[in-house]
Design a protein around this ligand. Structure first.
Ligand code: X2X
Length: 333
């Protein structure tokens, strides 16, 4: 099911008439899926990569992109990429941690002070440590993560200005033990919901709020169903570019290289897009009706510490991984 070989002379003839000159019918037709809106820079950059790969392979490898959770929510897509029903998938490390526990380590509250620390860690030995763990479950994680961004808390009911405002707050979190643990440490009532269901969960007031980077609040139109946005920057989140290992290894070596090079290049392009958007979207979102606040992050960090959040996760991840994290960000626990 993974590869569709065009075998018969008739089919080849048809392909030759319909495809642009110089392109042959694809030998490998692979699918790439993600949870983000078409307008998010990830989807622009993924399409560029797929176009370059099609061209660079002389039409041999055709990668079709399925944005916007078209193939299912993240939990579903993760099953699909494991089984081989889906060849490529971008997934937050925190959600991947349901399968590879160490993959949520980049989401530890207030760990990275800036993007320098983020990329030094995730392009460096902390990222390599996580990618090695991912390789053990039949998935290949490409070297360059894609940026999701620093996450901010939005709410329909009240602005979140201090940690006490999170007590009892009904907040949607992605499906991940780290997210649940963090908001429980604040005394909130977190509900695990895939992104594909977030807009409607907010609209129907199953939850009061959620947290995401500005680029997602904008591209997912969450401002339509939320009133307040607090710039908490409480964690950095990024996407691993995952391949089903069997499908990836079924490609000839030169195509494997072409795929990795081009998705890694597009990841770096997307990082610049997202960082720029997250720095500039505030004005646009204010125009769309969101009221912004800039709470002091220090009391939030102190509340997590007091609740034992850092000590608990240090123990879960182990000394070695925690040391790799602290190497670039300083002491946390
Ligand atoms: O589910 C989310 O909130 C999102 C889109 O940020 C992730 O993929 C983690």
């Amino acid at each position: 099911t993974r590869r569709r070989f065009v075998g018969t002379a008739a089919a080849v003839g048809l392909g030759a008439t319909l495809l642009p000159k110089g392109l042959r019918a694809a030998e490998f037709s692979y699918k790439m899926a993600n949870n983000l809106a078409v307008s998010h820079p990830m989807n622009t950059r993924l399409k560029e990569a797929a176009d370059r790969i099609r061209e660079g392979s002389g039409g041999k490898l055709d990668i079709q992109i399925f944005p916007n959770s078209q193939l299912g929510g993240d939990t579903d897509m993760l099953s699909q990429v494991r089984s081989g029903a889906l060849e490529f998938f971008t997934l937050s490390g925190l959600i991947l941690s349901t399968l590879v526990p160490i993959a949520s380590i980049n989401g530890i509250g207030f760990a990275f002070k800036n993007y320098d620390q983020v990329w030094k860690s995730m392009d460096g030995d902390l990222g390599a440590y996580v990618r090695q763990a991912i390789a053990k479950v039949g998935l290949v994680a490409f070297d360059k993560m894609w940026d999701n961004g620093y996450r901010e808390i939005t709410s329909a009911s009240k602005p979140i200005l201090k940690p006490e405002d999170l007590a009892g707050f009904k907040i949607r979190v992605p499906v991940s033990p780290l997210w649940t643990s963090m908001f429980k440490a604040f005394g909130s009532a977190p509900a695990s919901i895939n992104f594909s269901e977030v807009y409607s969960a907010l609209q129907t007031k199953i939850v009061e709020g959620q947290e995401n980077p500005l680029a997602i609040i904008e591209s997912g139109k969450l401002y339509e169903v939320q009133k307040y946005c607090s710039m908490t920057n409480h964690m950095w989140d990024g996407f691993h570019f995952l391949a089903n290992a069997e499908a990836f290894k079924a490609l000839p070596k030169n195509l494997q290289d072409l795929v990795q090079e081009n998705f890694n290049k597009s990841a770096v392009d997307e990082r610049a897009d997202v960082a720029k958007l997250n720095a500039s979207l505030r004005e646009e979102l204010t125009g769309k009706g969101l009221t912004f606040a800039d709470p002091d992050p220090e009391p939030f960090r102190a509340a997590l510490k007091k609740a034992g959040f850092y000590a608990e996760w240090k123990q879960k991840y182990g000394e070695e991984a925690w040391a790799l994290l602290e190497k670039n960000v300083g002491s946390l626990a």
